[in-house]
Design a protein around this ligand. Structure first.
Ligand SMILES: O=P(O)(O)OC[C@H]1O[C@H](O)[C@H](O)[C@@H](O)[C@@H]1O
Length: 474
């Protein structure tokens, strides 16, 4: 695992941050699990949240149990693995399976069409993994219920098809016991976004066919380095993230186009946004974007020279090193990297809205099939987009949040006899995510894109000084 700094300004900022961390003896203290590194107020919470440091070792105890589960699924011919889980309970498994090129359907949505797609796809051979640490996340609970109903309607006993991953003592644990579901209990001393190498990352991946032991081996190799004052990739990366942000480079462009690992930026996005984005501070992760050269950008490239910083390493090691680096950046930015106050608030608001739905509002205007809500002076879409772009502050960003079916673009009619390039063009033209790149052409500021409700469990925690973010959602 190696972190190479290719930009002089970043090198200088990282070097002074590293000196501060070393003067305080932070690397060995973090490696040893010292909960006092983020101030007195954070210490009690941190004391129950540092188990991820030992996962390369402790998760090995789970391997026989997970191996039996995978054998059971194989023996039943359950080859279609669906993972219902939000944020930290599904993002790591998605990267692991994409990188290993094994199919996994991730259900981190409440979009009815996308849920319907998952239900309609080979239910006969489906095993559903329901992953939730708290066991109370509303989208995950909804997915569990619709699958239970669908299995029953197809004459299948849900008890033969559902595997639960949750923390001991959660309401989901009790529900799984009552329903007779197979279950793997996770470690309560590991928070959601630090749980990649725990049962949350490992169980669905093993069921989908990944050799998970390799991930732990790769993480094992890097573990001893994390206590060192030099040759410590976690210290190097943490000093880069925290040092650059303190020097004003707090927009983190994650570049992975040439990487062998597929989709790591989506996982990093949640880790960084949720861990560091609070108290008016933080680092804004930007995925799948070209850098604009703005002075507040830091480009980190996975496995290529396309950035200010290059990070090389196998997936298991990347997980551990990014977690360690994020915890160090939290120390430098003086935030608690283990809480998520605004996500908790959003969860409460969602529950309240489900209890008492808000009255329907009238659109500000309608342009073709698009209804526009919220305060605006504009009367049509071009005017609205111009208004939004003009409202982005000089150091701000534009966020596009799409509460839509993320796979709908694949339904776009492809012209007869189209070759692959034409098919790709058709899908891209129909894909809401393409909006990000189109808007980026019109502004020098970063444009982020998130699928709802998934982003609420990821970048939703990131809050900046008032007025920095400008959003449009659909
Ligand atoms: O695993 P769960 O309890 O269902 O939580 C799923 C997600 O919920 C919230 O958004 C948390 O902030 C995330 O860190 C977590 O990964």
């Amino acid at each position: 695992m190696e972190v190479t700094i290719r930009d002089e300004g970043v090198a200088a900022a990282a070097s002074s941050a590293a000196v501060r961390l070393l003067d305080d003896g932070v690397p060995p203290r973090l490696a040893a699990g010292d909960p006092g590194l983020w101030g007195e107020e954070a210490a009690a919470g941190a004391a129950t949240r540092l188990g991820w440091l030992n996962l390369p070792l402790t998760s090995r105890e789970l391997l026989p149990e997970i191996g039996k589960l995978a054998e059971w699924a194989g023996a039943q011919g359950l080859t279609n693995v669906v993972l219902a889980g939000m944020g930290g309970s599904s993002l790591a498994a998605e990267v692991i399976c994409n990188t290993a090129d094994v199919p996994l359907t991730v259900l981190d949505t409440s979009d009815p069409r996308q849920v319907h797609r998952a239900l309609a796809d080979d239910l006969e051979r489906t095993v559903l993994v329901v992953a939730s640490k708290s066991g109370t996340t509303v989208e995950t609970d909804a997915s569990l219920r619709v699958f239970e109903a669908a299995f029953r309607a197809a004459g299948i006993d849900p008890g033969d098809r559902i595997v639960v991953v949750t923390d001991p003592g959660s309401p989901l644990e009790q529900a799984a016991i009552d329903a007779g579901y197979q279950m793997v209990l996770a470690r309560p001393d590991v928070g959601g976004r630090y749980s990649a190498l725990s049962a949350f990352g490992l169980v669905p991946s093993a069921l989908a066919g990944v050799e998970i032991e390799r991930l732990l081996d790769d993480a094992d190799e890097v573990t001893p380095l994390l206590a060192l004052p030099a040759g410590n990739p976690g210290l190097d990366l943490g000093a880069v993230l925290g040092g650059a942000a303190l020097a004003g480079r707090d927009k983190l462009i994650l570049e992975d186009r040439l990487a062998e690992i597929t989709g790591l930026p989506d996982w990093i996005e949640q880790l960084v946004a949720e861990s560091l984005g609070k108290d008016g501070r933080g680092i804004l992760p930007v995925v799948a974007a070209d850098p604009s050269g703005a002075a507040d950008e830091l480009v980190v490239a996975i496995g290529s020279d396309n950035g200010d910083v290059r990070v090389d390493g196998a997936l298991g090691a990347q997980f551990l090193v990014w977690e360690y680096a994020t915890a160090l950046a939290g120390r430098l930015l003086e935030v608690d990297p283990f809480d998520q106050p605004d996500v908790a608030g959003a969860k409460r608001n969602t529950a309240a809205l489900l209890e008492h739905p808000a009255a329907a509002q009238s659109p500000a205007f309608t342009d073709g099939p698009v209804e526009v809500y919220g305060p605006t002076e504009a009367h049509d879409l071009p005017g609205l987009l111009a208004e939004l772009l003009a409202a982005v502050p000089g150091d701000g960003y534009l966020a596009v949040l799409a509460h839509l079916d993320r796979l709908a673009a694949f339904d776009a009619p492809v012209p007869d006899g189209a070759d692959f390039e034409e098919m790709t063009d058709t899908w891209m033209a129909a894909d809401a995510a393409t909006l990000r790149a189109l808007l980026a052409l019109r502004t020098d500021r970063p444009v982020t894109f998130g699928w709802g409700p998934r982003y609420l469990h990821s970048t939703g925690q990131y809050t900046t000084r008032a007025g920095h973010g400008t959003g449009c959602s659909s």
